[in-house]
Design a protein around this ligand. Structure first.
Ligand SMILES: Cc1ncc(C[n+]2csc(CCOP(=O)(O)OP(=O)(O)O)c2C)c(N)n1
Ligand code: SF4
Length: 276
């Protein structure tokens, strides 16, 4: 029996226990996705979950909706094709920070610029979890990974700031610790027409936590929780303190016409010109 409100009807049968490590944030994020699917009454045949490669990229193994498991860094390219061809589908793209920003950064910029009507849920655990905890484009400077054992000399990309400046209609950030807020922002992201991005700052205790002297999954989750501030509180910080924190909640909410709306308008004009 599936409890109403749990969203468990979207979980494939016979696939648990899942492959993620104890204390990983991925399971919490997937459970919230299922609840939001239920709240929005998404039907399996009109929903497509698109992934690339990585621990979070395995999420499509667990869903009963349509799934598309693509190649590393290219999930948004596949999702763009799916949505452009069939605008009636709900297209949800699940990517790790490596998938989305490090190898896939160029697709991310262009999906936002194009304002394609898909929702990207980016689980940012600050490293390449699946392949052993290597440095990623979102690893903060000075932190340790398996390939920066004397500390990362590079600066990190702010996923939300990049999405905003590139033209996304909706941008929000959350953490698995702030589950209720995450659910609200996820529902807004799914509902929004145009490109929407939800970054989830999430624990990878197995690699990032261990490499940075966080001995348990709880320590890693607390490390994230202590850095997350509601946007208004973050904005009021002295600039010298901002590097130690990140804002959570809704960051951008616009209604610029999405790619398919603009494409339809241009096509209608072109067809009229032809028959005139
Ligand atoms: C083109 C290509 N390059 C590299 C790899 C190897 N690879 C698989 S998963 C992965 C990193 C995944 O990291 P991330 O996207 O952050 O997801 P996570 O595992 O942390 O959830 C890499 C480098 C690959 N599969 N394809
Ligand atoms: S390696 Fe990290 S990201 Fe991958 S399942 Fe384990 S804790 Fe999660």
């Amino acid at each position: 029996m599936v409890l109403l409100g749990s969203g468990l009807q979207y979980l494939k049968e016979g696939v648990t226990p899942h492959m993620w490590c104890p204390g990983c944030g991925n399971g919490i994020v997937l459970a919230i996705i299922f609840r939001v699917f239920e709240e929005l009454a998404y039907r399996n045949e009109e929903t497509v979950v698109v992934t690339g490669i990585g621990c979070w990229g395995k999420a499509d193994d667990y869903v009963v909706t349509n799934g598309f498991h693509g190649t590393h860094g290219r999930a948004l390219a596949f999702a763009t094709g799916i949505k452009a061809f069939n605008p009636r589908l709900h297209v949800i793209v699940l990517m790790g920070d490596g998938d989305c920003i490090t190898i896939g950064g160029n697709h991310f910029i262009h999906a936002a610029r194009r304002n394609i009507d898909v929702t990207a849920i980016v689980v940012n655990n600050f490293n390449y979890g699946m392949t052993g905890g290597q440095v990623s484009g979102t690893t903060p400077a000075g932190m340790y990974t398996s390939t920066t054992v004397y500390a990362n000399p590079e600066r990190d990309v702010d996923i939300c700031a990049l999405a905003a400046v590139a033209g996304a209609n909706y941008v929000a950030r959350g953490t698995p610790y702030h589950g209720f807020e995450l659910e609200i922002n996820m529902k807004e992201a799914f509902d929004k027409k145009g490109f929407s991005v939800l970054e989830v700052v999430s624990p990878c205790p197995t690699h990032y936590g261990k490499n940075n002297a966080m001995k348990t999954p709880v320590e890693m989750l607390k490390w994230i929780k202590n850095r997350a501030l509601p946007k208004a509180e973050y904005d009021s910080l002295d600039p010298s303190m901002k590097d130690d924190y990140f804002p959570i909640g809704k960051l951008v909410d616009k209604d610029v016409p999405d790619f398919n709306a603009r494409y339809d308008e241009i096509r209608a004009r072109a067809m009229k010109g032809r028959t005139a």
